[in-house]
Design a protein around this ligand. Structure first.
Ligand code: LMR
Length: 395
């Protein structure tokens, strides 16, 4: 039976990261996978998470399963972080959430619920989007349409194109939006543009599904949530896939949640019951360790303050790296790289062809995706000039 299956090509992100690890080139630089690296090239564990972990290990008395909805403490802490302490939807009790294995699990459970509610729903995705969105949501049986988003000529959002395309989204359709720090392009909507999307959702009746994996890595925890919170304040229904991989550094622990903002409290309870059944079908119940750590950090004032300071430093360093990279590229390559400073979060397109990205990998050991998406957080003082010089050589 199994022999009918063929070898598949490597994942476009994980495969290149593995290829970089295997590359013996001493100058190699990994700008592929979206992981925050410090100046030493290490993906650090937050101090707040280490403190929470020590306390958890000392106190933890069981490894019994979590409930399908996950840890309550974590769910309420994350709801408040994402929606804001003063969220009206939260106060009205019309929000429910389920802890999931990472942001991917959150997207998958969101897709399961969308498919259960509207099996013919079309999901509108930005062009470009994270390459995993379509296989992840599509495996549930959802169909896709794409809307224009990134304009390579301006390195910004083609908002007129986006609006023109989304005019075709109808009630029962879902529009997948990147809450902040767009992956892969780093170009985000302004608050006024979020307002236009809210108007369109109100008038046309589509449901926003917000992938929110980078809260705190663009401008700050509150600032990065502004667009999403505007939707939640204005619309009866919003689905959110939240992840703690990046902003709590819990990548391998797989911590996330699908948050459902519903029309009323009864519907929020009904959707949670549906999500629990969907989770049981796919993975039964989520892993505990990371969510118990995140739950502590998010609900303890002392740990929360330490974490916010660390996250702010991380965010500021990424923005500093953006400025350094802009200057280094302009010095070595000429041209205008100001867009790198305008963008938010970890990612940016350098505007290279796939052939140039391949040459960078093969000849210089500088690894980026074929689309020329780089993880800005992989740059440091030691590799900055080398990256810029290598780019200049392939241009
Ligand atoms: C990325 O885009 O590099 C990250 O979101 C990691 C992943 O799973 O692809």
């Amino acid at each position: 039976m199994l022999q009918v299956l063929q070898q598949l090509p490597a994942d476009p992100i994980l495969g290149l990261s593995a290829a970089c690890r295997a590359d013996p080139n001493p100058h190699k630089v990994d700008l592929t996978i979206g992981i925050y690296m410090d100046e030493q090239g290490v993906c650090p564990v937050f101090e707040a998470v280490q403190l929470a972990q020590r306390a958890l290990v000392a106190e933890e008395g069981t490894k019994a399963y979590l409930a399908a909805a996950g840890d309550e403490h974590f769910n309420t802490g994350l709801q408040r972080l994402v929606l804001g302490e003063g969220s009206t939807a939260l106060m009205e009790g019309r929000v429910s959430s389920i802890q999931t294995p990472g942001g991917c699990g959150a997207l998958r459970i969101g897709a399961e619920i969308i498919h259960a509610a509207a099996p013919g729903a079309k999901v509108w995705v930005s062009d470009p989007t994270w390459p995993v969105h379509i296989p992840l949501l599509g495996s549930v049986g959802l169909e896709f349409r794409s809307y224009r988003y990134y304009d390579p000529a301006t390195h910004g959002v083609n908002f007129d194109g986006m609006v023109a395309d989304l005019k075709q989204a109808v009630a029962g359709d879902v529009v997948l939006l990147h809450g902040c720090c767009h992956n892969p392009c780093g170009a985000d909507l302004t608050l006024a543009q979020w307002g236009v999307i809210a108007d369109m959702a109100e008038q046309q009746g589509f449901t926003p599904f917000v992938d929110f994996a980078y809260q705190g890595l663009g401008d700050g925890l509150e600032e990065d949530a502004a667009g999403l919170r505007l939707l939640v304040a204005r619309l009866p229904e919003v689905i959110i896939a939240a992840s703690c991989s990046k902003n709590l550094g819990l990548y391998r622990e797989r911590v996330g949640a699908t948050i459902f903002v519903c029309r009323d409290a009864a519907n929020a309870r009904a959707i949670l019951s549906q999500a629990q059944v969907a989770a049981r079908r796919v993975y039964s119940m989520p892993p505990a360790h990371g969510a118990l750590l995140a739950g502590r950090v998010l609900t303890d004032d002392h740990l929360g303050a330490i974490w916010r300071t660390e996250l702010t430093a991380m965010c500021q360093r990424i923005n500093g790296l953006r400025s350094n990279l802009r200057r280094a590229l302009e010095a070595k390559c000429g041209g205008d790289y100001a867009f790198i400073e305008r963008e938010k979060g970890m990612f940016s397109f350098l505007g290279l062809t796939a052939a140039q990205a391949q040459r960078l990998r093969q000849e210089f050991g500088v690894y980026m995706l074929d689309s020329s998406r780089i993880n800005v957080a992989g740059i440091n003082a030691r590799n900055l000039d080398y990256v810029a010089e290598s780019v200049a050589k392939v241009l």
